[in-house]
Ligand binder design. Structure first.
Ligand SMILES: [Zn+2]
Length: 100
């Protein structure tokens, strides 16, 4: 019975300590999630840098062979066009080819 009482006391003590530490544990969890958030924002900014690289990349217009930044290029069917005019022209040509 003495052992049981000691065990119960120890359990109670652990429970009390846990209760007292719970705000700290929650704070620690928040801190960890905040750190994770920072890491995620870090990777996001890295991704953003990649897209910026892609934006500065030059692509050739499939219709008139003019080199344009990928950000300004009009994309269609994995081909790039310097302007909407070229895009529509190429679409018209393709349609004509399909019709004939
Ligand atoms: Zn063009």
């Amino acid at each position: 019975l003495k052992y049981l009482l000691t065990a119960a006391l120890v359990a109670l003590l652990i429970w009390l300590i846990y209760r007292r530490l719970r705000p700290y544990i929650q704070m620690l969890r928040q801190f960890i999630s905040a750190v994770r958030g920072t890491i995620e924002t870090g990777t996001q900014s890295e991704l953003h840098r990649d897209t910026q690289n892609a934006e500065s990349k030059l692509v050739r217009c499939a219709n008139c062979d003019t080199w344009v930044p990928q950000a300004r290029a009009f994309g269609a069917n994995s081909a790039f066009y310097c302007s909407r005019v070229c895009l529509e022209l190429a679409a018209k040509i393709r349609r004509r080819k399909a019709a004939s």
